[in-house]
Design a protein around this ligand. Structure first.
Ligand SMILES: C[S@@+](CC[C@H](N)C(=O)[O-])C[C@H]1O[C@@H](n2cnc3c(N)ncnc32)[C@H](O)[C@@H]1O
Length: 510
């Protein structure tokens, strides 16, 4: 509600429905006397139409009332959200008519000041099959941004219709178990088939919640985790699980089957275990190779986000995997991540926690290695502090980096003048016990250190001439080796004063 004119006003980021092919958008016009809005589907044509389609009522720090045109700060919207005062209305529907997609706006103006078109949040039946009231963890607030708007539990992530769907699909899968058991040749096969249904359900759920939005660029839904966070989405899209389009059960099952068939084509079997990487039951000196793909510092907070799936996953898998599903929420204490600081987070995990925990994981990996064993570790982060935390852990667990292979996993970076872009490139690092290499000198003057770094670069260029054409790759092939050197020695200037890594990296043009 607008605190200035005290009328309910709609919040939306823009009005686009489809930017590709036939361009379509909503036109949302206020009727100032009645406080309703009339909505139409339009085909933007002129510059003015495009501007209107681009314009929303919500900006990053404020929202503007459609009726009195006064802006209100985000703090007030958060306050209303926390007080449970935000309401929802339906702007438009997408249907298929004669095989053609059609957006349909409400026939009559939406009476925002009344309650007839408002979606009721609390209309749930008491006898629920799955308890969705799992609290979202405040320490994850930087990745669970919606908490600030009053989204406190998994229940709040869904509207009543979506919750009904979660309840009914979970129930239907649970009921199916007996038939699956009867028709399967082994317990293993039965579990596999049951798990496949749960995977499909999870894929449906990520499109059927109040935090998925419409990608007007391609006119398809974006799932809740596209930004690896649960953010507030003002004009969300609701994909009914029965829909034949993207995000519905049929489309989701096709994706899951495709992935499972791909796995089946791999001619090897694997044993998968869930454990804290710092504490495994793997025997000493039993592995030739340990491959680690750890969280990249503060980039993704897996456990907080996993709580989204936990209520129904626990309900369906508790019997099969009782030890994994005994807690009420996903376990978070041992997760190797950094929580970005926030005034509402009671106990965030810091960079030091990350370095210590990573060191414990690497020490454990080292324990399990044979004498010639090798650890391979993936890592990427744009901030130097994230690399330093990793390298502190590598040093304290008695390991050294022997090779760094940059890989363009996500996108090609423009490097040249931006160290930050280059650091974002993921690298595959090879780690070996430190005693396999010569012990480095304890103190080195900055000039010799730079010479060592330049030498490393020259050697790499000779060995891999193709790196010359790719400055980002060259930089990231050298940077981890130089950082590793730096962490194992003390670099000083001519007055004997310690030289910082940033200054050194800049001076060797990495
Ligand atoms: C970068 S992801 C790995 C992704 C994986 N390679 C894949 O393709 O799906 C990092 C993973 O480390 C897990 N993790 C975090 N802390 C851990 C710990 N202490 N022990 C074991 N795994 C942990 C996270 O839950 C997350 O699944």
């Amino acid at each position: 509600m607008c605190p200035h004119c005290e009328r309910w006003t709609p919040l939306f980021q823009n009005k686009w429905l489809s930017k590709n092919g036939q361009k379509q958008a909503l036109s949302i016009k206020p009727e100032k006397i009645t406080g309703s809005v009339s909505i139409e589907v339009v085909e933007p044509d002129s510059d003015a139409d495009f501007l209107d389609a681009d314009t929303g009522t919500v900006a990053s720090k404020s929202a503007t009332c459609l009726f009195c045109e006064t802006p209100t700060g985000t703090d007030e919207i958060m306050r209303q959200g926390m007080a449970g005062q935000l309401r929802e209305v339906e702007y438009a529907k997408l249907t298929t008519v004669n095989g053609k997609r059609q957006y349909v706006a409400p026939a009559k103006p939406l009476d925002l000041q009344g309650t007839s078109g408002v979606i009721d949040h609390d209309s749930d039946r008491p006898e629920e099959f799955v308890d969705l009231h799992l609290p979202l963890d405040m320490n994850g607030i930087r990745h669970l941004w919606a908490i600030q708007y009053g989204i406190r539990t998994v229940f709040d992530l869904f509207n009543p219709r979506q919750r009904r769907a979660v309840q009914e699909i979970t129930q239907a899968i649970a009921k199916r178990r007996a038939a699956i058991d009867n028709n399967s040749d082994s317990e293993e096969e039965a579990r596999f088939r049951y798990l496949a249904l749960l995977m499909i359900m999870n894929k449906v759920a990520i499109y059927s919640n109040r935090h998925s939005w419409w990608q007007s660029n391609g006119a398809f839904p974006a799932n809740i985790f596209v930004r690896q966070a649960i953010s507030m989405v003002w004009n969300y899209v609701e994909i009914p699980p029965g829909s034949a389009g993207a995000g519905g059960w049929i489309s989701s099952s096709k994706w899951i089957i495709k992935a499972l068939e791909h796995l089946r084509s791999i001619p090897h079997r694997a044993e998968v275990n869930q454990a804290d990487a710092a504490k495994t039951s793997i025997p000493d000196q039993s592995l030739d190779l340990v491959v680690i793909d750890p969280p990249y510092f503060d980039s993704i907070t897996y456990a907080y986000l996993s709580d989204f799936f936990y209520p129904w996953t626990k309900k369906l898998l508790q019997k099969d995997f009782s030890e994994w599903f005994s807690p009420d929420v996903t376990p978070k204490a041992q997760e190797l991540i950094v929580d970005r600081k926030h005034k509402l987070a009671p106990a965030p995990k810091t960079g030091s926690f990350f370095a210590l925990k990573m060191s414990a994981c690497l020490t454990e990996a080292r324990r399990t290695l044979t004498d010639d064993g090798l650890i391979i570790l993936m890592y990427g982060h744009k901030e130097l502090k994230a690399w330093i935390a990793l390298f502190e852990a590598i040093r304290s667990s008695g390991l050294r980096v022997t090779v760094s292979w940059p890989i363009h996993t996500e996108r090609q970076s423009k490097f040249q003048h931006s160290r930050v872009d280059a650091l974002g490139v993921s690298c595959v690092l090879a780690l070996r016990p430190a005693e396999k290499k010569n012990t480095p000198p304890t103190t080195v003057d900055a000039q010799s250190f730079r010479a060592m770094a330049s030498d490393r670069m020259a050697q790499l260029k000779t060995k891999h001439p193709e790196l010359d054409a790719d400055p980002v790759a060259l930089s990231m092939a050298v940077f981890p080796l130089v950082l590793d050197d730096y962490m194992h020695t003390s670099v000083v200037d001519s007055d004997g004063i310690q030289v910082g890594i940033e200054e050194l990296i800049d001076s060797v043009n990495l």
